[in-house]
Design a protein around this ligand. Structure first.
Ligand code: PLP
Length: 232
């Protein structure tokens, strides 16, 4: 068994256990393999082990990988999307998890109309109001939600967040719980499912699942340690 396949098996069983602890069905939790910095051959091996959903945080990197890999892979963009790159990426990704401003949402909607797609997106919420992070504040989502819902092309499936890094997984629990509460509040106010909650990474995905995550974004626990990207 490859190292990836072994890691995948372990992560899947930890997902099942965390779901069990919180009385949830593990099948409602999507494992997104965060493949940033890893080359296509590594991703292909992961795909051959049964992993189908991959996350990338840079548009350029994603665009070079997509044509080299099986079309059955589902790609999620999980990094900040600059407005001048929307057109390049829109037809090629299955979900944009990082709609972090009204401007960006409007631009995606407009270009989606031009090219004839209905993109699935998540609204990125800066739940801890960390000035170093992108995303709507909870308050801004409450005020802008109505406008966001008027964008005819956007399929808003839910919310995502990236809390400030803390090695202690428990420290992210309040942020995860707050994101879920915000989702519940918006879902009831606007009578929407808003099913997806993308939260939790390698070191804290179990806590995120206990707090309601439906998408966990796991990189290093699956692929091993990343090298530094060139422009960071
Ligand atoms: C890199 C990244 C991850 C994965 O991080 P790991 O700690 O390696 O699991 C998850 N989410 C986002 C937005 C990322 O950029």
């Amino acid at each position: 068994m490859s190292q990836f396949a072994e890691n995948l098996e372990k992560i899947r069983s930890r997902i099942t256990e965390a779901a069990g602890r919180s009385g949830r069905n593990p099948e409602e939790i999507l494992l997104l393999a965060v493949s940033k910095t890893f080359p296509p051959d590594v991703i292909r091996e992961a795909f051959d082990s049964g992993q189908t959903h991959f996350g990338e945080n840079r548009v350029q990197e994603l665009l070079t990988k997509i044509p080299e890999l099986p079309p059955r892979i589902e790609w999620h963009l999980i990094g900040h999307l600059q407005s001048n790159k929307v057109r390049k990426i829109l037809a090629d990704v299955d979900m944009i998890q990082t709609v972090d401003s009204l401007d960006l949402a409007q631009r995606i909607d407009r270009i989606a109309g031009e090219i004839g797609v209905f993109p699935r997106v998540l609204i990125q919420v800066n739940i801890a109001e960390d000035s170093a992070k992108f995303g709507f504040t909870a308050e801004a989502v409450r005020t802008e939600m109505e406008t966001l819902l008027c964008l005819e092309r956007l399929q808003i499936d839910g919310l995502m967040t990236i809390p400030a890094f803390d090695p202690d997984p428990e420290s992210a629990r309040p942020a995860f719980a707050n994101l879920r509460e915000l989702r519940d509040e918006l879902a009831s106010e606007f009578d929407l499912p808003l099913t997806e909650l993308s939260m939790g990474m390698s070191h804290d995905f179990e806590v995120a699942i206990e707090e309601g995550a439906t998408i966990v974004r796991v990189g290093s626990a699956l692929f091993g340690k990343r090298g530094k990207p060139k422009n960071e």
